[in-house]
Design a binder for this molecule. Structure first.
Ligand code: ADP
Ligand code: MG
Ligand code: MG
Ligand code: MG
Length: 387
């Protein structure tokens, strides 16, 4: 079938045609996408429900002037299936994919809440860090040269070039927020602090090097967009969705984005309600180290994975990178094109500006950390930059 964007009626017809529902069954369909790039249909019949996600050929936020390859739908469905090999309990099951229609049919996770929304409402998610630590350790280890045959890894790298979506990350995470470029969006009151940030040569050098690492370092298959809006959670379950930005890159990238979004939520809260976020950051790291170390020792494929000293160096460099990527993410989510509800949703205008000023100090301090870092750097920087 040639590509056409679905609407609710067409999504129902497709679901019936694919055999998920009978011709006579009553089914309801709602477009529930809250993202910027895709349509998401929630379809319910008498005894089951499914999700149909379809890529649009342009970015919804900007309109048809910003074309985007439909191939990202295939990238997303392939990434979900690779992740399912290593952490099947932590991703939605893919039932079907159509490359021409840029459509993926997947498991309905509506019984869970998007973690960003839950954190804003004060949820705690006791198993989140255990699960995300495992997700990161397994998906990154098994797709790296440590856990995968090097020839297969080079081929897999080639299947996830994903140039359009990588370009979005390059521009919106690493370039535009650090210069006076018209995609940026921030309150007039932030201008003096933002200009100071743009004028900080030491900080810009760190960002340049961090961006270059994203461009050139092909360590493992990344999720590529692991913010708290890409995580469904409950007290007992965690599911990571939306890997359309998947590409080979530095292992610290996913963890950095995750930690940055936890920090942004912490910044949005009163001082005494932040502990849970620091606990999630530290626990994610410790679980990651524990599982990654275990895999290195038991399933290391690379000849030199016999070296414990090398493992120590690798873990330290992942943590250093994580801090740098987190610094970029905190800043870009504050003044770049795509903001977070944690900060934008603060109702009192004065408190919102203060929180954003705090975020900018925090992001800058992370980028200017003294390396090598310890995991406590996240908590320390957040506290030190509180006014
Ligand atoms: P985008 O790439 O446009 O951000 P997402 O995959 O993040 O799309 O999905 C957008 C929204 O659609 C999610 O925030 C969630 O509310 C809903 N959604 C996506 N996938 C599922 C799913 N498998 N089950 C239930 N809801 C989903
Ligand atoms: Mg999304
Ligand atoms: Mg979303
Ligand atoms: Mg997405």
């Amino acid at each position: 079938m040639t590509y056409q964007p679905l609407n609710e009626v067409k999504a129902v017809l497709l679901a019936r045609k694919l055999g998920y529902f009978t011709d006579t069954e009553t089914i309801t369909c709602r477009e529930i996408g809250d993202g910027n790039l895709n349509l998401v249909f929630h379809i319910t019949g008498t005894d089951k429900s499914i999700i149909i996600k379809q890529a649009l050929p342009y970015a919804k936020v900007v309109g048809e002037s910003w074309p985007l390859s439909l191939k990202r739908a295939t990238i997303e469905s392939q990434a979900l299936q690779i992740q399912a090999k290593y952490v099947p309990h932590l991703v939605p099951q893919v039932y079907y994919h159509d490359e021409q229609l840029a459509v993926t049919v997947m498991e309905d996770l509506s019984h869970l809440t998007i973690a960003r929304t839950g954190f804003i409402e004060g949820e705690t998610y006791p198993l989140l860090s255990e699960h995300i630590g495992e997700f990161l350790a397994k998906t990154l280890f098994y797709t790296s040269d440590f856990g995968m045959d090097t020839q297969r890894k080079r081929v897999l790298d080639g299947n996830f070039i994903n140039p359009d979506l990588c370009k979005i990350t390059e521009d919106l995470v690493f370039t535009d927020p650090f210069a006076d470029i018209n995609t940026n969006a921030f309150e007039v009151a932030l201008r003096p602090q933002v200009e100071e940030l743009w004028g900080n040569e030491e900080l810009r050098l760190q960002v340049a090097q961090t961006k270059y690492k994203f461009l050139t370092c092909k360590e493992a298959l990344l999720h590529g967009d692991l913010h708290t809006g890409s995580i469904f959670a409950s007290k007992t379950e965690t599911k990571v969705i939306d890997p359309e930005f998947a590409t080979y890159g530095p292992m610290g990238f996913d963890m950095g984005q995750f930690f940055a979004n936890l920090l942004l939520n912490a910044i949005s809260r009163p001082y005494h309600e932040r502990t849970i976020l620091f606990e999630h950051i530290e626990k994610t790291w410790f679980v990651f180290v524990r599982i990654f170390t275990d895999l290195w020792k038991k399933e290391g494929k690379e000849a030199y994975t016999t070296s414990e000293k090398w493992l120590e160096n690798i873990l330290q460099s992942i943590l250093n990178d994580t801090v740098l990527f987190a610094g970029c993410e905190v800043i870009r989510r504050t003044i770049g094109l795509a903001h977070v509800a944690d900060l934008d949703g603060i109702e009192d205008e004065v408190s919102k500006i203060r929180a954003k000023q705090h975020a900018l100090r925090c992001g800058s301090a992370l980028l200017l950390s003294k390396f090598p870092v310890h995991i406590s750097v996240f908590k320390n920087v957040l506290i030190q930059t509180t006014d």
